[in-house]
Design a protein around this ligand. Structure first.
Ligand code: ADP
Ligand code: MG
Length: 297
């Protein structure tokens, strides 16, 4: 390889906001035919907002906000930050209590103790693991929120479901165009998320990904298996992600692209970093790398 061509390639890459780990990465870009996109923080902004609170009969909204806000304050998950910020705002700037204990349950939510109450905040599946079922009114609120493309977070304490929180984040303005460009480069886009199917399909429709190409409700540790399965079908797979939960899949992919706005774990696992977190740079990167490669040859 002529070092000059490589330098031109990577120099231009830096201008476009793309950092390439090494020259061997370029070769892979010519083979990739499939691109797996993480949803939250990659296709969407990941900046979520708390839109609504539905309480079960007999539960007080302020209690829900105080306890759920307190436990989520300890988590870095984008949903958690939305719940914590939304709670403080709705409580008129009140200070939230410090949890007596706290644990992340990856892909499901959080659990811990606040004000002496054993608290669960997350997917319905998290509550189900403790044999807590949603009353009819909350089940309905959850279904309605999800069919509107929002994420429904369930809240329970002391063995009882207390509320459903509606959270949503926006699709990045650049995502639809990015996906169109990726298709034009001959790649099949696939959406991969731990979020529920209704939300995932709403996002997919908004950015132009077919419903059959949506893998939803995938647990963090299973994201890597989706990549492996696609590879077993004979595909060459690029993966774009931002979270700790994407790191293994990024490492497994033939080409791992990390959002520069994401976690260190993702950036370390990737072959390439999209500095500005703009998905269009994924298409730029693949086009540029392919072109650099033909200059070298
Ligand atoms: P993604 O793959 O979209 O980045 P995650 O695997 O991080 O999503 O999370 C999957 C789902 O688990 C979320 O959509 C949410 O329903 C639930 N969840 C995860 N962490 C939390 C949390 N801290 N609070 C509430 N819900 C959570
Ligand atoms: Mg993510």
């Amino acid at each position: 390889a002529t070092p000059t061509a490589l330098m031109v390639g990577t120099g231009r890459g830096a201008q476009l906001g793309i950092l390439i780990k090494g020259p061997e990465v370029l070769e892979t870009t010519r083979r990739v035919d499939t691109i797996v996109l993480d949803k939250t923080g990659t296709v969407t902004t990941g900046k979520m907002t708390l839109l609504a609170v539905h309480t079960a009969e007999g539960s007080d909204e302020n209690d829900v906000l105080r306890l759920a806000g307190a436990i989520e304050h300890s988590s870095e998950h984008p949903i958690a930050q939305a719940v914590a910020a939304g709670a403080v705002e709705r409580l008129g700037g009140a200070t939230l209590p410090t949890p007596e204990s706290f644990a992340n349950v990856p892909g499901l939510g959080v659990q811990g103790v606040v004000d002496g109450h054993a608290l669960l905040v997350g997917r319905e599946k998290l509550l189900a693991e403790w044999e807590i079922r949603l009353p009819e009114s909350l089940a309905r609120a959850k279904a309605e929120a999800e069919s509107a493309g929002r994420t429904a977070i369930t809240v329970a304490w002391d063995g009882e479901a207390r509320a459903v929180l509606e959270v949503a984040d926006a699709v990045k303005e650049t995502s639809a165009e990015a996906i169109e460009r990726l298709r034009a480069l001959g790649l099949t886009p696939i959406l991969l998320t731990g979020d529920n199917r209704a939300v995932a399909e709403a996002v997919a429709a908004e950015v132009g990904i077919d419903a059959e190409q949506v893998y939803a409700e995938v647990m963090p540790e299973d994201k890597v298996d989706v990549v492996k399965r696609l590879q077993a079908e004979g595909r060459s797979v690029a993966m774009v992600g931002d979270g700790v939960n994407d790191a293994a899949a990024l490492a497994q992919a033939d080409l791992g692209l990390a959002m520069g706005t994401g976690t260190d774990a993702a950036i370390e696992a990737g072959d390439l970093t999209l500095v500005r977190g703009d998905l269009r740079a994924a298409a730029d990167a693949i086009r540029l790398a392919r072109r650099t490669l033909s200059t070298i040859r």
